[in-house]
Each structure stands twice: as C-alpha cells, then as structure tokens.
Design a protein around this ligand. Structure first.
Ligand code: PRE
Length: 370
C-alpha cells in the first residue's frame, strides 16, 4: 500500500465507524426500496383488476409529481437534479416490475435519441432502435413499441421538420417532454484535421456545428446521414471519415475523439417529445401541444391567438409549416402552458375551434422536472 492510501490507526477507526453507518443506512434504503416495489406491484394489480387488457402502467403525470416532490423535499448536500435522477431510476425499476416498457427511438444505439430514452424512462426501459423518425411514429402506432421518443426542436437549428410533419398526420398523443444538452464531439481515427476528407452527421448536427466546421475543416466534404450514431458507425473503419456525435457514441463505436465541444452554441440543447397512445392526466404543471390551420381571412390568426392571450395563457412556441395539401397553405404548431382539461385552456380551445379551419390537440403532458 502506498503512503497516501494507508490510513493511520485513528483514520482507520474513523473510516470503520462511518462505513458502519453507511452499511446500516444501505440496509434501511434497501428494505424501503423493496417495500416501494411491493407497492408498485399492488398498483399494477389494481390497474389490471377485472382482467383489463388495455391497462396503462406508465403514468407520466404521476412520475412528474413524484420527481417534483423529491426536488422540493431535498435539503441534502446532493443537488436536486441528482436526487431526482436516483428516484427516476427507482421508478424505472418499479415500472418494469409492473410492465416492461419498450420505447422506439431514432437509432442506432448511442444516438442522442437513445440518451433521451434513458433520461426520460430510466435504464429499466427497453429501447428499440429504428432507422427514421417516421419509423418511430409507426412503431408506436402499430404496437411494436409502447412509446416512442422523437426530437422536436433544437435550440440552434429550430424545429425538426420530419417530426412536425408526422405529428400532423399521426393518431398518437404527445405524452411527455424532455430537454437534453447536446454537446457534439468530432470522432475519427484520423490523426489530424488535414486527413479528414468527409464529415458525416445528421443534417441537424451539421447545422449546429456549421461555423466550427467552416473555421476548422474548410476543405472537408459534409454529408448528411440518418443519425449521428450511424455516422459514427460509418467512420469506424475509414480514417478519412469523421463523425459528429456524442461521447457515448465514441465509447460505443470505439472511435477516438479528435475535438470536444464543437457545437457553435455552448448551450446547444434538443427538446424531445414522448409519443404514446393514451392521453395523459393533469400533473399540475403541464403544457399542451396543438396544430391548427386558420381561415384565409383578415385577422384570423390574431383571433386565434387572442383566445389564449385573453385568458392569460402563456404560449411558449409557434411555428408554421406548409400544410402539404395545397401550395402556400400553412399549419401552425402551437405550445401553450396548461392542460387541455384545465377550465381556462378548455374554453380557449373552444374559441380557437370557432376561428380555425382545423384544430388537432396533439396532447397535454407534464413539464419535465428532470
Ligand atoms: O403510481 C402508479 O401508477 C405507479 O404505477 C407507480 C409508479 C412509481 O413507481 O411510483 C410506477 C410507474 C408509473 O409510471 C408511475 C408511478
């Protein structure tokens, strides 16, 4: 044993005492986690009473309430977010006991979508990698996965167009939202930038690193591929290729990281939505996502927005996209704070229906405590 690591007799006695305390605490925690799991099992029994086939085990509103309470109660030296993460894991295990939950995401393994599945559902969920955003929607729609996770918007590059377009067509519910910090790295076997002929990444990631690429790899060709993790996979056996992806992808595909933090914005983050087949009950702090088209007449958009403004409802996002049914015809995607069952928002939505040509509520879901 080296000098630094060999404790004196006094230190050894102190360490033994504290470690005994830790052992006693661990015993209590373990017993309590066991009791909590037994409660979750009883909850599952209640949910399936009477042989219900379509029982809904995952309850995003309840999970949000549990995690908010954990953060509010926290007076320990652990940061609120870290404490919440521990409980996220405990609930993930309890939910798996009730029903193993599968979640489709844009793969392959190691993509940011994959990280978002783990952040939202914990490590006991079963991630199912699919090859496109459209395939995530299809997997939930046809029952191949219980839930799906799709990127909706990035803080630098704006909305993810394929997600918006699928939301317009689909028959699913948005049942959750989470934000993931996106810290891109340059993954390659090349020894230096001059050896890199081509940079591969998802279109969004190329956009998020546009300036860095221009300044640092001006001669490299840029190629958009289906995901950043797919890019990492492709760069595995060719040192003239580099991929823009996460540290996790570098680990997974055993690619060296030539540069860290290459996003143009250091605050770069992506918002993801959870897709499900069931509506989510109010959690107390919710958001509602809608898509609508307005009549082609003066003031129609203003009338629509007035329905929210008049009731003091906070709109957190509005974007327009081509309707795809007629040239120069648009739909508006709107996020507003509140749940569609809240009295104010329900009335506002009734008003909007009067002014809009078409209105689809994509879902109400808890504002993420994570
Ligand atoms: O309260 C429930 O409905 C449960 O199933 C229990 C529990 C939990 O562990 O707290 C587990 C899964 C649900 O998603 C929400 C909460």
């Amino acid at each position: 044993m080296s000098e630094e690591t060999s404790p004196s007799a006094i230190e050894q006695a102190q360490l033994t005492e504290i470690r005994n305390q830790i052992d006693a605490i661990d015993q209590q925690i373990q017993a309590l986690i066991g009791q909590r799991a037994a409660c979750a099992q009883k909850v599952a029994d209640i949910k399936t009473q009477g042989g219900k086939v379509e029982a809904v085990f995952y309850r995003p509103e309840r999970e949000a309430q549990v995690l908010r309470a954990v953060k509010e109660r926290n007076t320990s030296i652990l940061p609120d977010k870290e404490m919440a993460k521990l409980f996220r894991e405990i609930m993930s295990t309890c939910l798996a006991l009730e029903q193993p939950i599968s979640v489709a995401y844009l793969g392959p393994e190691g993509s940011y979508s994959h990280s978002s599945v783990i952040k939202q559902f914990g490590t006991s969920a079963h991630p199912i990698a699919v090859s496109s955003i459209e395939a995530v929607f299809a997997a939930v729609q046809n029952g191949d996965a219980n839930y799906g996770i799709v990127p909706v918007e990035n803080s630098t590059e704006g909305e993810v167009k394929s997600t918006q377009d699928e939301l317009l067509k689909c028959d699913l519910q948005v049942s959750g939202e989470l934000e993931l910090a996106v810290d891109h790295c340059l993954l390659t076997h090349a020894q230096g930038g001059e050896q890199i002929k081509k940079v591969l990444a998802h279109q969004q990631a190329l956009g998020q690193c546009r300036q860095w690429l221009k300044n640092n790899l001006p001669m490299a060709q840029l190629e958009a591929v289906s995901s950043n993790a797919a890019a990492a996979k492709m760069a595995q056996n060719d040192s003239s290729l580099a991929a823009i992806a996460s540290e996790q992808a570098a680990d997974l595909y055993q690619l060296p990281i030539l540069e860290y933090h290459i996003s143009d914005s250091k605050e770069n983050s992506t918002r993801f939505w959870v897709l499900g087949r069931e509506a989510v009950a109010p959690s107390g702090e919710d958001k509602t996502a809608l898509v609508l088209s307005i009549k082609n007449q003066a003031g129609a958009l203003l009338d629509t927005l007035q329905a929210f403004a008049a009731r003091g409802l906070n709109m957190t996002r509005i974007i327009s996209r081509p309707s795809k049914s007629k040239n120069w015809d648009y739909v508006f995607f709107i996020d507003v704070l509140g749940h569609q069952d809240d009295e104010d928002l329900a009335k506002a939505l009734d008003d909007v229906r009067q002014h809009a040509q078409f209105l689809k509520v994509l879902g109400s879901f808890p504002i993420s405590p994570l």
